[in-house]
Design a protein around this ligand. Structure first.
Ligand SMILES: [Ca+2]
Length: 173
């Protein structure tokens, strides 16, 4: 069983329209707050991305993306997108799986096959400019094997989720 890796704190940036208002209304931290219905947003443009800083090098089993689901036509603006594991905000070092082309149902799961890095990034691809607005992105790492304790009891296979980290949404190149 994989366990979720925590991320918190948020930074949003964009070279397109004034992102300040959008940052205030829809901070990137909304993508990792665990609250259904709180959205993050970038400005309008091409190649927008959302990056989660996992703080520590992490083996990534899979990523679950929860798109907004309040209206189908708004949800349709998120894909197509790719998921990458890397070591910096916006880094497209190792692509996980294939390009995601569907908008719903949630979660949109992308398997990363144990790619390791400190950051996980969702990057919108395709020709049409749009907002990157979504509800939640959760990263799972494989659970470590059970460890025998001194008393001979099997230890819990659960790993602690990361406490700190940060997340950034912004535009690509
Ligand atoms: Ca949320």
């Amino acid at each position: 069983m994989a366990v979720s890796v925590g991320a918190n704190d948020a930074v949003v940036s964009s070279k397109f329209l004034d992102p300040k208002t959008l940052v205030e209304l829809y901070p990137a931290s909304n993508a990792v707050d665990g609250v259904d219905g709180t959205l993050c947003s970038t400005a309008f443009g091409w190649g927008n991305y959302l990056s989660l800083n996992l703080k520590y090098p992490t083996i990534v089993d899979r990523v679950e993306v929860f798109n907004r689901d309040d209206r189908a036509e708004w949800a349709a603006a998120l894909p197509p997108f790719n998921i990458y594991v890397g070591d910096a905000y916006g880094a497209k070092t190792i692509q996980c799986g294939d390009t995601v082309t569907k908008a719903l149902p949630n979660p949109l799961t992308v398997f990363c096959g144990g790619a390791a890095g400190t950051h996980v990034t969702l990057v919108q691809v395709g020709d049409s400019p749009r907002f990157l607005r979504m509800d939640q992105m959760t990263v799972y790492t494989p659970a470590p094997p059970a460890i025998k304790t001194g008393s001979g009891e099997a230890g819990s296979g659960e790993a602690e989720s990361g406490e700190a980290g940060s997340v950034e949404a912004g535009s690509g190149e």
